[in-house]
Ligand binder design. Structure first.
Ligand SMILES: [Zn+2]
Length: 123
């Protein structure tokens, strides 16, 4: 497996189940991998946070988009998945998709209307 590394920072992956998460505060981005190589961000996010409950869209200052989606983990075991990401920074998690969290609530921001619709489904 080959992880991109810049000269300034080390993108050390954290394994969460079958997904390796390389989240970098310096580069403000997240790379997702499996043992086979890079994984699509939507697939990785579904694997890690798919069981989270949508608590609703909210207006967020300082976020990449004005409206973001807030999710809470269904259990403390699932909450641990957030620990793979640094707190209180917006990281690019995929094409036109950003994530942030404070250890309790996961925030997603996207400029893809279709993705927004998929993410809010079932709310
Ligand atoms: Zn970096």
């Amino acid at each position: 497996m080959d992880f991109d590394q810049s000269e300034l920072c080390e993108h050390k992956p954290v394994w969460v189940g079958r997904i390796a998460v390389a989240a970098c505060q310096e580069c403000e981005r997240i790379d997702w991998f499996s043992s086979e190589g890079p994984v699509d961000s939507a697939e990785a996010i579904a694997a890690l946070f798919g069981s989270y409950d949508l608590v609703g869209p909210l207006e967020a200052l300082g976020a990449p988009t004005r409206r973001v989606l807030a999710y809470v983990p269904p259990s403390s075991r699932k909450r641990k998945n957030l620990e793979a990401l640094p707190k209180r920074v917006w990281l690019q998690a995929g094409p036109r998709l950003w994530m942030s969290h404070d250890g309790e609530v996961l925030l997603l921001a996207t400029t893809q209307p279709m993705l927004m619709e998929n993410l809010t489904r079932g709310a």
